[in-house]
Design a protein around this ligand. Structure first.
Ligand code: PLP
Length: 373
């Protein structure tokens, strides 16, 4: 069932989801209280999706059921060998009440690429999109409507076979959970300070850097603490072999803007290819900007900012969309200024993308998929 072609998914699809409604659905008043100040990743909706895969039967037992703890064999290989992958996407409520997702097929294809790298089974694109649609339909009241809020969706896949031998699991579970998310920036978009770690790498050549897998995050937590200790909100990683080229942040991609309007972003096989970055670059290209995906050294960044050739730098990812980078700090390194404001191109690309996502501007790229009809 595995394929090597990026655009193809597993050959079979067409799961039927069985619904067991929760008998403990939160009352309207309680839900509204949560939706008025949801924060991020703290509250979950009333239901979740589960689908099982076994070597013998493939994907089966697709269900939407009450949200709650998983029952997991203590020998499940995810707990010991970290055979796990995930996705992150959002459901957006438009002004007319309808609910939409942004490029869900791209998330499905990325989950398939991650599955191949982690020796997990692939879930067909159609089944992936349907799993998200099923959950959003039953929990549609949890999609907030205040500006820049959303329902964050977290599909994930874990090796649940109870077996301590080291090999790809023969039983795997796929789940989707959903969590209302408040506006990432409540008082206007504020630029961040970034810490450049030279003590740790995020991913190595031939490793799992291009897969969305928990292990990459586990290894970023210590350098992230280093960033906090140095007064920064995020950590930037360099390539692991030469420690000279920019990779990405712990969970966001990086883009540099040149004075001539060119956008430059690192190309590396140990970077997670963000759908936000891809979309932002497509919007910029449509406006006539040149886009370069190539190796970018830390020296290029420093010299470019010093000479005035690099005029804006930003990070991007689903959770925060686009975040201006005010300064980059590291051992013996300081680029930019903490007082720097978000650049004009950064802010207008952010606005164009969120306008499309929230239905405030026509979706000329065919990126939006309706979930509630
Ligand atoms: C998810 C993720 C991103 C951003 O991807 P989006 O599709 O834009 O949300 C960037 N880097 C890493 C390591 C990630 O896990």
């Amino acid at each position: 069932m595995t394929t090597t072609d990026d655009t193809a998914s597993s050959t079979e699809f067409g799961l039927t989801f069985e619904l067991s409604p929760s008998d403990a659905v939160r009352a309207d008043a309680e839900r509204e209280a949560i939706l008025s100040d949801p924060g991020f990743g703290k509250h979950f909706t009333d239901h979740m999706v589960s689908v099982r895969w076994t070597l013998d039967d493939g994907w089966h037992a697709a269900r939407v059921h009450p949200y709650g703890p998983l029952q997991l064999d203590p020998a499940a290989s995810v707990l010991h060998y970290a055979q796990e992958i995930f996705e992150g996407m959002k459901a957006y409520r438009h002004a007319d009440g309808s609910i939409w997702s942004f490029r869900p097929e791209a998330n499905a294809r990325r989950l398939q690429r991650s599955a191949r790298r982690l020796a997990l089974p692939e879930l067909a694109t159609e089944d992936f999109v349907e799993s998200v649609r099923q959950l959003v339909r039953v929990d549609s009241a949890w999609v907030p409507s205040a500006p820049e809020t959303s329902l964050y969706l977290r599909p994930f896949m874990i090796a649940s076979e109870g077996f301590l031998g080291v090999r790809a699991a023969q039983q795997v579970d796929y789940h989707v959970i959903a969590s209302p998310a408040g506006a990432y920036f409540s008082g206007g978009v504020s630029p961040v300070s970034i810490w450049l770690t030279t003590n740790y790498a995020r991913a190595g050549k031939g490793g799992t850097g291009a897969a969305k897998t928990g292990g990459n995050y586990a290894s970023s937590l210590l350098p992230q603490q280093e960033a906090y200790a140095n007064g920064c909100q995020q950590v930037l990683f360099l390539d692991s072999s030469e420690s000279a080229y920019i990779e990405e942040l712990g969970g966001m991609n990086v883009v540099l803007v040149y004075a001539d309007g060119t956008l430059v972003t690192p190309d590396s096989d140990s970077i997670l290819e963000g759908i936000t970055r891809d979309s932002i670059l497509e919007l910029a290209e449509a406006r006539g900007h040149r886009v370069e995906r190539r190796r970018v050294s830390i020296d290029e960044w420093r010299e470019g900012v010093e000479s005035g050739q690099i005029v804006e730098v930003f990070a991007c990812g689903t959770a925060a969309v686009v975040v201006p980078i005010a300064e980059l700090k590291g051992e013996g390194l300081h680029i930019g200024s903490p007082a720097a404001e978000g650049g004009p191109l950064t802010m207008s690309l952010r606005e164009e993308l969120t306008d499309i996502q929230y239905g405030r501007r026509p979706d000329t790229h065919g990126w939006m998929t309706r979930l509630d009809a």
